[in-house]
Structures are given as structure tokens and as C-alpha cells.
Design a binder for this molecule. Structure first.
Ligand code: GLA
Length: 733
């Protein structure tokens, strides 16, 4: 199947599959213009030829064979714009040269179409399992004066609504240059009707959906924290004002990167909108010596004409099937119990065994021992870095606990925070230089800890050796990889002063190298990412770890927003979600066990409490929840997810999971607040087969079309706040 063509006569590249087209023009044999990204076009005849207009104050680039006053980069929708020859919008690439100039002139040189999708060196990226799954267009641009080569890669998958892009710069010249900025993807949209959706947040309130009209000027969603952050997820969507969950167009843009990112949206004077994603140019400078190259992270672009659900489902599909890797990519994820909220640091072997006993009786499958099992770690002020088991606290040691857990037919998991060190630790006392720090200045603390300089191989190797020792001597099935502060004092003692702008990115590269090593070596382990909850819930991390702790906030009501927002980009199989006690430890809210269970089983299910403290009735409910989840686990972890009602717009929420042949679906409805003498509410389902007949909760039967378009009334006698309902929808055969 041909997915990419080049039309010589019109000088147009067309990437197309059954659902989407991405079209690039070659203007004046020199500049790449962005012509179209949207619904598939069978044969493109160059209808979107950019009108040439002589605009005032719009300069004409020098390097063209035929200079005309009506061709200006100031207005041309482009693919990889730069500054300095007439485009006054935000550049995608900026490179400083020995003579002090940061102006480059990258012009078209050649192209190549490759079967499949080449891997990215040292960076996470989507992949193919056979070359027939995708084609990649590599367009080479050159700056002839500097002898720099910029290769832009575009992969189109045969069966996915996704374009994967990246940029690769090679210095073939004689002098070093400094990369100040290199975007992974940039495109200019000509539609004026655009709204921007982003996922903003904070610790305990991650990924809240924000939507605003795109207006003139620049809006930047970025992280300067060294990680993708709770505050600004590396994702944006550009939608029409009419787009909702089910209808309308959406372009989603996600960056496969876990460090400082910049997602940029700029509306120009003519109401065109530039959209860009890449490493944050803030505090970034990368020296590229002769014959060296630089690989940008990957950006993923999705087009949907079926609303936000269509966009999310396309992202879920690619993230789950062609970004996540390893044995757990499609495997049943175990129901876990974690001792953090049950004990915090205050535990010993007996307490842990009691939690395990209770959990085993109720059918829970994995016990995770959280923070506090190592070094001198009685609270969060000491011990990080000393990854040696604390046998005073845990008589019988980790191996004893692991054996005990396995003896109960459960698997055993352990918490690590490998990137950090406390000042009060043996590691720091022996190697104070291992922490990121600026010469002659004291280091800023956060949760009383410092960040290890993971740009340094020796530092990483010390931690790897300590982790290996534990992993080789204790039978461990799961690891939670935590990271509980943002990066400050970013400076590496091993780099020259001229190269300090590289530290943020080198940290991420070092981290990725370590994750690659450990997750390959210990590929039988289920790895879960975490950063104070969901502070590093990003596509880059998903490549190494198929699931992530969604938020430290386990309150069922606040979780509705968090999980709804997270699902905009991330598959359900990646979202760790646990039932905890009430009053909830984060909000002090009291909710019923049913809604806590229903919210948690809308993700990768688990508990974070001591079941021994529960009443008999509560234990019965837990065992029912566990049994229900086990029975429907495939559907709940890997079914097609449809958001139905947004908790951001109403005081309700609803969503639904459908299996591949649409013979079964499970929907959840949640009500935050009761209304006195309120209106009647209906729920309309989605994603069912209109031709099929379904039974709802084993009772009445309805047509699929009826359930989707007419809907059913919600229980009018539901009382109280924080209610939830499940609908198990089975095809009647
Ligand atoms: C972070 C995590 C929690 C827990 C604590 C332990 O906050 O998100 O789940 O592991 O660290 O210190």
C-alpha cells in the first residue's frame, strides 16, 4: 500500500491513509508549506495553493531564483519556520553561529520515502512491528552557508489517525553551532475558527481541561520544572468552536518527552494559527560540534472529525499499542493494594503482613510496599539514595515479606525514588557532588530532598547498582518509580560552563537510558511511573512504563475530573486508580464505598488502605468489587473508552467502555451533588452497534440505536451526593 506520494508537477507531498491526509507543499523549490491536515483526500489536485499577495511589511526572502514581491515567509503557512528572512512569528528552529548570528536559511534539498518507521536514538517513540504498518517521509533541508542538514521525519501509519514527526539536525560544517531551539513539529493552520484545549493542573489536581478561543498573540503551555509536570501536560488540541465529545474536528498534538516542553500556539496578523511542540527553548542551549547530530523528541499529531472522543480514541490506540512496550502492554494488570495511605512511614513486618492477609482474603492480587523500607527513613526528611533494606524496621527483610506475599498467591511490588537524595543520607554524605547544584551556592530543597545529577553516568550507575542488588536478591514483580520534586539548581559539575544549557535535556536522556536498561533487564516486572501522583504522566514515560499513578488525590469526586481530563490523551490501561478510606486524606470528604469503587475501577484498579480496618459489610463490598473487576478486566482496561458527560461542565460525569465486537459495554454514571426536586436526567450511551439488541443490567432489552440516541432515564429516586451507577450492557443473542 502506498501511503506517501510526491506530485512532481505540483511539488506536493501527500501522506494519506483511509482516514487522514497530511499535505506539504514545496514552494519555489525552497520552502515547505503546510497545506492540509485533516480527513483523508483520495487524490489531491492542489486546491489549497497559497494565494500570492504583496502584503505591506512582509519581506521577500533573498535566496530565491526569482524574487517577487508577493512571496513572503511572513504569511506562508509553513512546516519548519525560522526567523530572520521575513517570518516574524515564532520560529521552530534557531541556531547560534560563531559570528553571533542566530539566523539560518534552511531550504529544501531532497526527500526519501522509507518503509516502516526508524527508531529514534536515545529517545522514546512510537514504533512499528512490521514495515508494512507505516511509511516515513524524510525531507532534508540544508543551510548551505553553515553546512547544516535538518531532516524532518513524518511517519504515517496505515491504520491509525496519527502522524509522528521529529527533527534531526546534523552539523556537517567546520564550526560548532549552538542550538537554541529545535521544535519537533510545527504547522500553520489557516482555519479561523479555532479553540485551544490544554491540560493544566497542580499537585493533587492534575490535567484539568481548559478550553479557550485562540486569539492573536502567543500562548505557551510549558514546563520549566525539569519534568513534564502536574502543571502543564505536553498536550494540546485545536478544535472548532462547535466540536464536542462526539462531533466536530480536532487536531491533537502530544510530545513524547518527559522533560521541559513547550507547546506553543500563535495566532498571526491574518488570523492563521501556528502550532508547535518541542523541547522548551527556555534554559536550553546545545552545542553541536562538527560531525555531531541532535535528535528532537517525537511529536504525535492526531486528526479526528468525530469530536474529542475520536481524537482520544486515536491517541489511546497508538499510545497503548505502539508506544507502550513489554509484556504488560496487553496483559491483564493486577488489582493491587498499596500500604502508603494505610501506614505512611509507620509500619513494621507485622503491620504489613496484616494488610497482606486481609487483601489476600478479598482476592487482591498484588501487594505494593511503598516508601519507607530502606535506609534511615522514618519520615520524608532522610534516607533517599540509601537503597538498602532497613531490617530493623522489617524483621525478615524484604525477601521475607516477598516470600510471605507470594505464599498468599499474590505478587509483590516495591517503591523506589531513584532520582533523589536526602542531605541526611549516607549517599549524600559520601558524594555531595552527586546532587544538582550551582558552585558556591546552597541547594534549594523541596520535601527536604535534592535531585541527583542524572546527566552523569557515574551517578546513574551508582543507583542502578543499588537497585540491581535489591532486584536480584528479592522476588519483585512490580516497581513504582517515583519522583517527588521539581528540578532546581540545574548545573552539572562535569560539564563546561559553555554547556550548562544542556543539563536539563541531558538529565532526561540519562534518565531514559537508565529506564531502558532497567526495564529491559527486568522485563518480567510491571513498572509504574509516579511523580507525587501524576506529575510525570506523559507519553515519554509510557514508553518505558505502561502505567502511571494518576494522582495522589484519591478522593472519588475530584478523581472524576482528574481521570476525565487524563483520558483526553492517555489510555485507561495507563491510569492507576485506587480506593482509599474516608474521610479522604486529601479532601476530607466522605463518600460511599460504591462510588469510590466505581471511580477506581474506571482505571487500573487497586486499593490504598488497610482492609483489616473495614467492617464485614465493607469487606463484602470490596470482594464484590474485586470479583466484578476480574470478570470485566479486559473490557475495563482495554475496551474502547467513550466519555459521555463531562464533570467539568456539569455536576455529573459518565463514561463507557465497549469491547471490540460491540457485544458488551459497561457504562458508569456519577452524580456529584444531589438536587432538591431536580429535573429528570437521561443517559445516552455511545459506541454500540445500532443493529444489535442489548440487555441492560440483565433486565430490559433495547436496541443499540435506542440506547445511543434515545437513552434511558437515570434512577429518579437516587438520593444524596456522590452517587454512582453501573450499566452492564450485553448483546442479546
Ligand atoms: C508520592 C507518591 C505517593 C507515595 C509517596 C511516598 O507522593 O505519589 O503515592 O508513594 O510519594 O513518599
Amino acid at each position: 500500500m502506498t501511503l506517501i506520494t510526491f506530485d512532481e508537477r505540483n511539488q506536493v507531498f501527500h501522506l494519506s491513509n483511509k482516514t487522514i491526509s497530511y499535505i506539504i507543499g514545496l514552494e519555489r523549490a525552497a520552502y515547505l508549506s503546510h497545506l492540509y491536515f485533516g480527513k483523508a483526500i483520495k487524490r489531491y489536485h492542489n486546491s489549497r495553493k497559497y494565494p500570492l499577495i504583496d502584503r505591506s511589511f512582509s519581506p521577500n526572502p533573498a535566496g530565491l531564483p526569482l524574487k517577487t514581491r508577493d512571496f513572503s515567509l511572513d504569511v506562508l503557512p509553513q512546516e519548519m519556520p525560522s526567523h530572520g528572512h521575513g517570518d516574524f512569528r515564532n520560529p521552530a528552529v534557531q541556531i547560534k553561529q560563531v559570528n553571533g548570528s542566530s539566523i539560518t536559511d534552511f531550504v529544501y534539498d531532497s526527500y526519501e520515502i522509507i518503509a516502516g518507521k526508524p527508531a529514534l536514538k536515545r529517545l522514546p517513540a512510537t514504533y512499528v512491528e512490521s514495515d508494512s504498518e507505516a511509511e516515513t517521509l524524510v525531507i532534508t533541508l540544508v543551510d548551505r552557508l553553515l553546512d547544516l542538514t535538518l531532516k524532518l521525519s513524518y511517519t504515517i501509519f496505515a491504520d491509525r489517525q496519527v502522524i509522528a514527526r521529529n527533527s534531526f539536525l546534523e552539523n556537517k560544517g567546520q564550526e560548532s553551532v549552538i542550538i537554541k531551539k529545535i521544535a519537533s513539529a510545527s504547522l500553520d493552520l489557516v482555519s479561523q475558527d479555532l479553540e485551544l484545549i490544554s491540560l493544566a493542573g497542580r499537585h493533587n489536581k492534575e490535567r484539568e481541561i481548559e478550553r479557550q478561543t485562540v486569539q492573536r498573540g502567543t500562548r505557551i503551555i510549558d514546563s520549566k520544572r525539569g519534568s513534564s509536570s502536574h502543571q502543564a501536560n505536553p498536550f494540546i488540541a485545536l478544535v472548532s468552536s462547535k466540536t464536542d465529545e462526539f462531533t466536530g474536528t480536532a487536531i491533537g498534538l502530544a510530545l513524547v518527552y518527559s522533560g521541559n516542553h513547550e507547546m506553543l500556539v500563535e495566532r498571526d496578523q491574518f488570523e492563521q494559527t501556528r502550532v508547535m511542540a518541542g523541547i522548551n527553548p527556555f534554559s536550553f542551549e546545545w552545542e553541536l560540534a562538527p560531525s555531531q547530530s541532535f535528535q528532537s523528541p517525537e511529536a504525535l499529531l492526531v486528526f479526528s472529525d468525530q469530536g474529542l472522543n475520536g481524537m482520544s480514541q486515536a491517541f489511546h490506540d497508538v499510545l497503548q499499542n505502539r508506544l507502550a512496550r513489554g509484556k504488560f502492554r496487553h496483559a491483564d494488570r493486577p488489582i493491587l493494594i498499596n500500604n502508603w495511605e494505610a501506614t505512611y512511614f509507620d509500619f513494621n513486618t507485622d503491620k504489613i503482613k496484616a494488610i497482606v492477609d486481609g487483601a489476600a482474603d478479598l482476592g487482591i492480587e498484588l501487594f505494593v510496599l511503598d516508601d519507607g523500607w530502606f535506609g534511615k527513613r522514618e519520615d520524608d526528611t532522610s534516607g533517599l539514595g540509601d537503597w538498602f533494606e532497613n531490617t530493623d524496621k522489617l524483621s525478615g527483610g524484604l525477601a521475607g515479606i516477598s516470600d510471605y506475599v507470594h505464599g498468599k498467591n499474590m505478587s509483590f511490588g516495591l517503591w523506589f525514588e531513584p532520582e533523589m537524595v536526602n542531605a541526611d543520607s549516607d549517599l549524600y554524605r559520601a558524594h555531595p557532588d552527586y546532587a544538582l547544584q550551582i558552585p558556591n551556592r546552597s541547594i534549594s530543597t523541596s520535601r527536604d530532598q535534592y535531585v541527583l545529577d542524572f546527566s552523569r553516568k557515574d551517578v546513574r550507575e551508582t543507583i542502578i547498582a543499588r537497585m540491581r542488588h535489591i532486584l536480584d536478591t528479592v522476588n519483585i514483580d512490580y516497581i513504582k518509580w517515583d519522583m517527588n520534586r521539581s528540578l532546581t539548581d540545574v548545573y552539572s559539575s562535569t560539564l563546561d560552563s559553555a554547556n550548562q544549557g544542556e543539563v536539563f535535556h541531558r538529565y532526561v536522556l540519562g534518565l531514559y537510558e537508565m529506564l531502558e536498561t532497567l526495564t529491559t533487564e527486568y522485563d518480567h516486572i510491571l513498572w509504574e511511573g509516579c511523580s507525587g501522583g501524576g506529575g510525570r504522566f506523559d507519553p515519554g514515560f509510557l514508553y518505558y512504563m505502561p502505567q502511571s499513578w494518576t494522582s495522589d488525590n484519591t478522593d472519588a469526586v475530584e478523581r472524576l475530573d482528574i481521570q476525565y481530563g487524563t483520558s483526553l490523551l492517555y489510555p485507561i490501561s495507563s491510569m492507576g486508580s485506587h480506593v482509599s478510606v474516608v474521610p479522604n486524606h486529601q479532601t476530607h470528604r466522605v463518600t460511599g464505598l460504591d462510588i469510590r469503587g466505581d471511580v477506581a475501577m474506571s482505571g487500573v484498579f487497586g486499593y490504598e488502605l488497610n482492609v483489616q480496618d473495614m467492617t464485614i459489610a465493607e469487606k463484602v463490598t470490596v470482594s464484590e468489587q474485586v470479583a466484578f473487576y476480574k470478570q470485566h478486566r479486559q473490557l475495563l482496561q482495554y475496551g474502547k473508552f467513550h466519555r459521555l458527560v463531562s464533570p467539568f461542565e456539569t455536576s455529573h460525569a459518565a463514561w463507557l467502555f465497549v469491547n471490540p465486537d460491540k457485544s458488551q459495554a459497561i457504562a458508569f454514571y456519577f452524580r456529584k451533588f444531589a438536587e432538591s426536586a431536580g429535573p429528570l436526567h437521561t443517559i445516552k450511551f455511545a459506541g454500540l452497534d445500532p443493529e444489535k439488541v442489548y440487555q441492560v443490567n440483565g433486565e430490559a432489552s433495547y436496541g443499540g440505536d435506542e440506547l445511543m440516541h434515545v437513552g434511558i432515564y437515570l434512577d429518579p429516586f437516587m438520593v444524596g451526593d456522590y452517587q454512582s451507577r453501573k450499566f452492564v450492557i450485553d448483546e442479546v443473542i
